[in-house]
Design a protein around this ligand. Structure first.
Ligand code: PA5
Length: 532
């Protein structure tokens, strides 16, 4: 089904909605749903509105982990279900703003003067939000601190980031962010950064701040070593919805961004998206369109296309928010559902020279979400053609791509914001957080746990244990080459041979381990030896 231009204009008038208080509009006209679809979904979306209202009141909306889900309270502490929670939110906000102020004023300094750089160490929900916001709001000449991230346990990746700081380590404040305080990638990033500080004769503790759950391993390290400051993460805030807690607000405040506007944008969006009416609720509109597009089973991928460099990382941020929240094996009633929506994207018009060819002509297995920004730049633009600016081209490419996709039966949603600002970034965060919550209710999954992530963490620790046994075994057999099967049988059993092979390949490829490979004609014929 495809509508003619005349019909599209009719649909546009019906399904284009402006939300002036948050400077946002949404156009659903190029999604080919029918009125009957909307009528049919009324009971479901009403249920989703009720579930959300309960969640905001403090219901245990994350039943597996027996937790409340309170990210909406972060921007409206008055809504918190207890006076203690409200106080904690307000005190944390005041204290992180005060800390940032003291750093900017030079009252808290690095080893040799005021801080100039910020190193954020975290992963997943403890990095993607801060990265998205930093990219959206930073300016090389006005930011108070220049930010870098360690968001992986890749040694070379860390070397590159730390080399970028170079001789300015003494002017670098590090924030280590981990809700659980036990995530290995983050722990490793912290240890690697600490080693570099110590090598430079600097105290890491005097440059380090922790954002973590009270009493976590990270918290204990920060207390024991006397770090500069500790900020709390609470069990009622999930990692991927933590951008407006200290996780995101502390880095933002240190960079000099207006955190009050970020919070105000989210709060204003929450007010709109609390309305129990599809027509007046942009998050409900998104959730219903996701349901329509993918038939409620995620049958179509969501392609995020912001036409703005500053919003480039929203695609990665939403990929986590949506896929980690909705990608679930079991529903709330423990039935196997294997739900989710695949999300990917980058930015326009850059993507027009990459994968949009396939979107228009290849597999029709997606729907696009365009994010349009009206304001081109803070100053005036020069003409690049008579009466045409670069920004006109950017806008033209967005409109053109939208049309070209629709002509070929590819559907899209368009979200428009006035400009990229702390307020609008807060709006976008809140808009999608609630859309995810509504959609989770529509498909009856728990959006607030992540058993798959935990499973990956456990599997990795088993591998590291196995590696320890392999190294011990090869050390005992020092000088004597051992085949993969011999090693596997000694440390576990033959069924682990492939894993043993992969571990030994990695060990022998890194000379500091002292493990050497003796080539063979097949993996079974290869042997490894710890040098004498
Ligand atoms: O959203 C989530 O819950 C996860 O992506 C976590 O943020 C991620 O695993 C990092 O966890 P932590 O903050 O405990 O280090």
């Amino acid at each position: 089904m495809k509508f003619t231009n005349e019909q599209l204009w009719e649909r546009f008038q019906k399904f284009y909605t402006e939300f002036p208080s948050i400077h946002l509009s949404i156009d659903l006209s190029r999604m080919n749903f029918t009125d009957a679809f909307l009528r049919g979904m009324e009971p479901e979306i009403t249920r989703a509105f009720c579930a959300m209202a309960e969640l905001e009141k403090g219901a245990i909306a994350n039943p597996d982990e027996k937790r409340m889900v309170g990210h909406y309270w972060l921007r409206y502490p008055e809504l918190a279900p207890t006076a203690d929670i409200r106080r904690e939110i307000e005190e944390t906000l005041a204290s992180l703003k005060n800390f940032a102020h003291e750093i900017h004023e030079g009252k808290i300094q690095g080893a040799s003067g005021p801080f100039k750089n910020l190193l954020v160490i975290g992963i997943g929900g403890s990095a993607l939000g801060p990265q998205f916001v930093a990219n959206a709001l930073s300016h090389p000449t006005t930011d108070k601190l220049s930010v870098r991230f360690l968001d992986n346990t890749d040694p070379d990746g860390m070397d590159r980031v730390l080399a970028g700081i170079g001789t300015e380590l003494d002017n670098t404040v590090c924030i280590v962010i981990s809700k659980s305080g036990g995530t290995k990638e983050t722990r490793n990033g912290m240890l690697e950064a600490k080693a570099v500080f110590e090598k430079a004769g600097l105290s890491f503790a005097h440059h380090a701040v922790a954002v973590t759950g009270c009493g976590s391993d990270l918290d204990k390290v920060a207390v024991k070593e006397g770090w500069l400051r500790r900020f709390p993460m609470w069990d009622w805030v999930g990692g991927r919805t933590s951008e407006l807690s200290a996780v995101g607000l502390l880095p933002a405040a240190l960079q000099g961004f207006d955190v009050d506007s970020l919070l105000a944008g989210a709060r204003a969006c929450d007010e709109i998206t609390r309305v129990s009416n599809f027509k007046q609720n942009p998050s409900a509109q998104l959730a219903l369109m996701w349901f329509y597009a993918g038939n409620g089973i995620g049958a179509k991928d969501m392609v995020i296309l912001p036409y703005k460099d500053r919003l480039e990382l929203i695609s990665k941020y939403l990929q986590q928010l949506i896929m980690e929240s909705l990608g679930k094996g079991l529903d709330i009633n423990n039935r196997i559902v294997n739900q989710g929506i695949a999300v990917y994207g980058n930015k326009g018009s850059t993507d027009q020279h990459a994968y949009i060819q396939q979107l228009r002509e290849g597999l029709n297995n997606f729907f696009a979400t365009f994010i349009e920004v009206i304001r081109d730049r803070s100053g005036a633009s020069i003409p690049v053609d008579p009466n045409v600016t670069s920004g006109d081209y950017l806008s033209g490419f967005l409109l053109g791509t939208r049309e070209a996709l629709y002509e070929n039966g590819r559907e899209s949603i368009t979200i428009t914001i006035g400009e990229v600002s702390p307020f609008s970034v807060g709006v976008l965060i809140a808009l999608f957080e609630r859309a995810v919550g509504f959609y989770a209710s529509l498909i009856n999954v728990n959006a607030y746990h992540q058993p798959g992530v935990e499973a990956g963490k456990k599997a990795a620790s088993t591998i590291i244990e196995l590696q320890g046994k392999i190294v011990d075994f090869l050390t005992q057999k020092k000088g004597s080459p051992q085949t993969v099967v011999q090693i596997a049988e000694a440390v576990s059993d033959k069924s682990r041979a492939e894993t043993v092979f992969k571990i030994c390949e990695h060990l022998s490829g890194n000379p500091e381990t002292g493990i050497r490979r003796h080539d063979g004609t097949s993996p079974a014929a290869v042997s490894y030896q710890k040098a004498n």
